[in-house]
Ligand binder design. Sequence first.
Ligand code: AMP
Length: 286
Amino acid sequence: MEIVRTVAALRARVRAWQAEGLNVALVPTMGALHHGHLSLVRLGLTCADRAVATIFVNPTQFGAGEDLSAYPRDEASDAQMLRDAGCHLLFAPPLAEVYPPGFATRVIVDGLTDCLCGAARPGHFDGVAQVVTKLLNQAGADFAVFGEKDWQQLAIIRRLTRDLDIATRILGAPILREADGLAMSSRNRYLSDAERAVAGHLSRVLREVAAQLSADAPIAESVTAAERTLLDLGFQTVDYVEARAAETLAPWKGSGAPAGRVFAAAWLGRARLIDNFPIPQTPGSG
Ligand code: AMP
């Protein structure tokens, strides 16, 4: 697996493959890789002949006081994991390659970015939209793979590629979980042993809410009860538990409405954990 650090080298490699008639899948990451990231590479390789991973800890998506400087970085180990997963190229640019002096353009996706994590992390999705737009344009890949773990991010990226006529096809990858249900995340390494023991409850509680809502339990009462349960279990703060329409992220209106998902974000020590589950659709629902 070759490692390139400039946009010119990335583009040249991808174009050369495409000129040979090969399809290319892009897998953007911030590094500190785990099996969830590698599942994205594998999914990309089911559609494409070549996989290109990117590692870039994007400063514009971190708010003041967030964990930008503490974010785990280990390129050598990440590169080995990518190699073992069959990845063909790694793009790991320095900061100035992505944001050279004078850089001034922002990408704002209205509506989808204000709720859920966007409410708790103002500006976060503007930074995500900015860097993902750049990476998609830089690579010119046929496919790009993003995880359903960051469902709101995936919805925003689908929207911006449609709105900005970016030809790369966006693929969503299922959430990879630990044995107790905890969604794999680079930030899980912030958890102490005691916090790790609590963390698995997030997915269990969310799955239970999804099942209750599927059986027509009242929405407001169910999500409020779930927030209380998470606090009782030891989460310090619950940013939100909410039921929203899967595609538009508008508040979910109940069975009969378009497909819904339950979403949550909660803090354990230094780690802000997020997760989401589909609300199972009962026969005859929309
Ligand atoms: P990150 O490095 O955290 O920015 O994540 C890079 C990509 O991996 C994003 O598209 C994430 O949604 C995806 N991802 C992270 N964790 C998981 C997981 N547990 N399962 C599936 N995809 C994931």
